[in-house]
Design a protein around this ligand. Structure first.
Ligand code: ZN
Length: 196
């Protein structure tokens, strides 16, 4: 092989390799960036994440209705929970996921970074632009719901207090129950005493 041809062969190989590298980087991004991204989203690609809650949001007594909504979306595949969060806070999301016929898993990895508490993911790239969920308290206050009622998530309320929330935020039905006739017969009273 003459030196000229030899150079050409090498240069064509290098070029092809560069093109392949570029295509591969375009499709998947440089591997080290993808690794950092996956560590941020509990081992998942950002493009597959539909909704996420921070550790702080998961650790609140209320269940975020945005997660129920994402799990009802036919594109969603499963819920992934950060295993660092105590079970007492994540059990409500495990139950919700089962009720909605989806599966969940708890994951741990010392390389995980950031404040991700849980995510709802799809099997494929969905590229949801806004995956963060606004703080529940701030959102409900903005709708004019009294602080006392916001704090009573998970409790039974009198029909009047219940209606005060559900009229403006129907999705919050996930967090409250109504005191039944039988409950009141058994002496149960609405805990929102400041509003009566
Ligand atoms: Zn009440």
């Amino acid at each position: 092989m003459s030196e000229e041809i030899h150079k050409e062969v090498i240069s064509s190989w290098l070029n092809k390799n560069e093109i392949e590298k570029t295509i591969s980087a375009g499709l998947n991004g440089p591997p080290e960036i993808k690794k950092a991204e996956k560590n941020r989203y509990l081992g998942q690609f950002r493009e597959r994440v539909m909704k996420m809650l921070t550790k702080g949001q998961v650790s609140q007594p209320a269940t975020y209705p945005e997660i129920a909504e994402a799990l009802r979306d036919p594109r969603s595949f499963k819920l992934i929970i950060n295993g660092d969060i105590p079970d007492v806070f994540t059990v409500k999301y495990q139950k919700l996921t089962k009720q909605l016929g989806k599966s969940y898993s708890l994951v741990n990895d010392p390389e995980f970074t950031g404040e991700t508490g849980l995510i709802v993911v799809s099997k494929k790239a969905v590229d949801v632009p806004e995956i963060d969920v606004p703080d529940r308290e701030v959102r409900l206050k903005g709708l004019g719901i009294p602080q006392e009622l916001i704090n009573l998530a998970g409790k039974k309320l009198c029909p009047r207090c219940y209606a005060m929330i559900i009229k403006v935020a129907p999705e919050e039905a996930i967090n409250y129950q109504v005191i039944s006739w039988f409950d009141s017969l058994m002496g149960e009273r609405c805990p929102a005493s400041g509003l009566h």
